[in-house]
Write a protein that binds this ligand. Structure first.
Ligand code: NAP
Length: 238
């Protein structure tokens, strides 16, 4: 579970432990205090988890962390992968620096490749898996001021559809979730009062609402759903 220290990732991590009884690998970039809070919430609820910090944008570090974990836990089956780590660096295209474009694409899109590439071999061998990619309304509709983020999330959606067809015969499903405005650190500087008026439900969503959708997609009940992009946006866009 990438980006599990805060926000949507934390809610998903807690749900995966609670709803599906999974041992959760809590990946994050640097916020150890927040990651420990996620860990504590899981353990307090009777679940189990461990911290696994690494930068998903760094291919070699990601590979090394995952290979080390697999070599120490040969008996475990890694059933579910949620590619959730993502950042925004908003700017209008005319002002957008190369660094702003690269950072967003490297974490939000290439991070999905870096992690999935090294988890997939394991799922293919076990002939079972659930991969859920955290996309965004931006990747479907395109949002002005977010050319970098829209490109990353649009790429993630296309990659979800392509990969789902590659691995369907191995009983591995690959789906994307596309949230609209959800309360988290990522959206805390937005003008919620103004923006919620664009949402038919007239409110931002909660991380737990996204987590409930991910729990279903990650469950055995969702066996025949693959290659889908599921909106969760209070009616903002469909
Ligand atoms: P958030 O509160 O800012 O949390 C981001 C998470 O990603 C944190 O756990 C962070 O770890 C982790 N992360 C960032 N860079 C990373 C890296 N290089 N390697 C590993 N982990 C990294 O964001 P959020 O709102 O929960 O968003 C989670 C996902 O949902 C993102 O993919 C976002 O694009 C997507 N999304 C969010 C919304 C929304 O309205 N909030 C809407 C649509 C889609 P640290 O704590 O260590 O920094």
């Amino acid at each position: 579970m990438t980006g599990a220290s805060r926000g949507l990732g934390r809610a998903v991590a807690i749900n995966l432990a609670k709803d599906l009884g999974l041992h959760v690998l809590i990946n994050y970039a640097s916020n150890q205090a927040a990651a420990e809070e996620t860990l504590k919430a899981i353990v307090d609820a009777g679940g189990s988890a461990e911290l696994m910090p690494f930068d998903v944008a760094d291919h070699d570090t990601t590979k090394q962390n995952l290979e080390e974990w697999f070599s120490k836990n040969a008996d475990y089956q890694l059933e579910v992968l949620v590619n959730n780590a993502g950042i925004t660096k908003d700017n209008l295209m005319v002002f957008m620096e190369e660094e702003q474009f690269d950072q967003v694409v490297n974490i939000s899109l290439k991070g999905m490749y870096n992690v999935t590439r090294h988890v997939l071999q394991h799922m293919v061998r076990k002939r079972y898996g659930r991969i859920i990619n955290m996309a965004s309304l931006s990747g479907l509709k395109g949002v002005p001021g977010q050319v970098n983020y829209s490109a990353a999330k649009g790429g993630m959606i296309a990659a979800t559809k392509a990969l789902s067809q590659e691995v369907a015969k191995r009983k591995i499903t690959v789906n994307a979730v596309a949230p609209g405005f959800i309360t988290s650190d990522m959206t805390k500087d937005l003008d919620e009062n103004q923006l919620k008026s664009y949402v038919p439900m007239n409110r931002f969503g909660e991380p737990e609402e996204v987590a409930d959708l991910v729990s279903f997609l990650a469950s055995k009940k969702a066996a025949y759903i693959t290659g889908e992009v599921i909106n969760i946006n209070g009616g903002l866009y469909s």
